[in-house]
Design a protein around this ligand. Sequence first.
Ligand code: PLP
Length: 459
Amino acid sequence: MPREGSVLGTIGNTPLLELRNLDAGCCRLFVKLENQNPTGSIKDRIGLSMIEAAERDGHLRPGGDPPNTIIEATAGNTGLGLALVASQKGYRLILVIPDKMSQEKILHLRALGAQIHLTRSDVAKGHPEHYQDRAARLARETPGSFYVNQFDNPANPLAHEATTGPEIWAQTGQMLDAVVVGVGSGGTLTGLSRYFARVAPHVEMVLADPKGSVLIDVVNTGKIQHAAGSWLVEGIGSGVVPSICDLSRVRRAYEISDAESFYTARSLLAREGILGGASTGTLLAAALHYCREQTAPKRVVTLVPDSGNKYLTKMYNDFWMFDQGLLERPRFGNLLDLIVRRYQEGGAVTLSRDDTLMQAYRRMKLFDVSQIPVMQGEQVIGIVDESDLVMHLHTDPSRFGDPVSTAMVTDLETIEHDAPINDLLPIFQRDHVAIVAEQGRFVGLITRIDLLNYLRKQL
Ligand SMILES: Cc1ncc(COP(=O)(O)O)c(C=O)c1O
């Protein structure tokens, strides 16, 4: 039967699934699929609850003319949740976001009608251009606006106390021993802690914290022991305890590295078919550690807080993982280690001489590369790069149909795989890429950015 009402009625009531193919020791481990919310994350719940609380408090009036303005500083999923609810209820939404955010998220937000103010991502809180400071200022300067401030908004934990907690309790048949969560604003943890403190105080709250975050210190010792580091997992971990975050019921915390988070998320997809985001890996890794440490069987729940769709080009992309030094591959101790896309492994993007310039252009865009070797059999006979295309096409775009052999450069620089790294420098100084060969056979290309990535990994 079709559901009645708007898409907002599809927020929450997400499925709970038992994992069958991962080793949870003597425990039973369940995941709550928050990635099935309409914008793909747990934050749809608080988008709805924070806007409805502001309506109840008289800060917002739906259908106003002109519409009320909602303002938030967010680098992620909360913006999408707010944008969905604002679009359905007819509010204007301004989001201030740091400029390191992914293009996909910005496009999704704009498509939902949000107005985006990009601000600097390289300044600390307290600086006027920090995204939270700028959003607070914008709210002060915009009459009749409502500043959501999820880090300080009681309707954030309330959403989880009123919906996520009761759903988990009902879906587990009221047989539950532990819940494993991460902390971004602390809304999920605080809301679930309050709910279970009331209905089932024996349920243990367990924290999954990215390595570099300070929250684990607070759980283990009561105070912050070191300055925050940096981590790649998005949405969780913190350098301070957010004001709405109540860690008092957490007795056990696990620190999870980026590499372990990404591997675990990838194995959740490979083994269970669930496409979770990066933080899913952190939560699941912590949950698996917890389960395997138990000596008596327990029933444990963790979350899939968001969808892996947003991370397909990152942690689900082997080349990105190699680039970050997060995926191990055989090391040779020579120039082969600098080649991201190896020809013998089928990774290299190549063309043949009769392919058209349109194919060359499409492959450059698809694989995000700016030069492609042109092959004849196993031999490289030319290289075509963006400027070759521009020079060949600028007077007559119909030449996109010409074969690449008419635009490729044949003045090539080949280097043996066991040459010293320093031999790359004169090649780059001549503005060429290095074609690496092993006993005369092509193995891959090395460009300046490959050398830079390699040097960064030595840090
Ligand atoms: C991507 C992501 N965002 C947010 C959260 C939790 O956020 P909060 O503490 O703000 O409820 C999580 C929790 O696991 C998460 O994975």
